[in-house]
Ligand binder design. Sequence first.
Ligand code: IPE
Ligand code: IPE
Ligand code: MG
Length: 259
Amino acid sequence: MKTELNEARLIAEIDLDRLPRHIAVIMDGNGRWAKKRRLPRIAGHRAGIKAVRQVAEACLRLGVPYLTLYAFSVENWKRPESEVKMLMDLLREYLGREIGELNRQNIRLRVIGRTHELPRLVQRDLDRALRETAKNTGMILTFALNYGARAELTDAVRELVDRARRNGEAFDIDEQTVTSHLYTREMPDPDLLIRTSGELRVSNFLLWQIAYSEIWVTDTLWPDFSQLDLFNAVLEYQKRERRYGGLTENAAAKGASKG
Ligand code: IPE
Ligand code: IPE
Ligand code: MG
């Protein structure tokens, strides 16, 4: 009851005309959440799924068009094989269970990352989830899986060099050329980047795309992240003045559209 009241109060404060178009989240702290409860790390990851539902629901309620969640980094393969396997199993379980709900909510699922390196069964389930939600026209929910920003930039450079070799001709490369070779080419840059569990780092997430994102860090561990936290983050975002190197928000918008 109290939560509902708080939610209502916070939502009323949010200016729906100035919502972030794209929110990206580094979901961190599952292991610590479990440790605090003397549970195995996987229990934290499992509890994290609830928070995925919460953040998606909160974005839907506001009408945020793009939500991107960092679920597995290229560096996360360094973890014990058993944890990696359990994370992959959990992902498959999530996909199997959630497609119906995503369709009901008109959410389109996307993935970014070197997904061709994921276990075969994960790839199969992902393909199916992408296919079955492809016609949805509402929010775009993107999972970053086996994602690394340096890997993404490396892949983009590789593609550009291949293209130059194939065509045997020189071509100009500007910022737009790079942007259009990233995994995220079909989405706007994140306006708001959220990291949970208090860590003040970006851990190889969307390095190019977050050049001018507003960053919001909370000590809340990911499994505890609620709709209230998302609303708080958006409110905080709306208090920021985005300058993009210019002097006022308006001048900034002009500057940004030039670049
Ligand atoms: C985030 O939680 C989930 C993934 C990186 C897959 P962690 O597993 O990193 O949790 P902590 O940082 O150990 O608490
Ligand atoms: C970032 O969390 C990656 C994901 C959330 C998938 P990590 O827990 O892997 O990041 P570091 O190791 O603390 O930087
Ligand atoms: Mg972590």
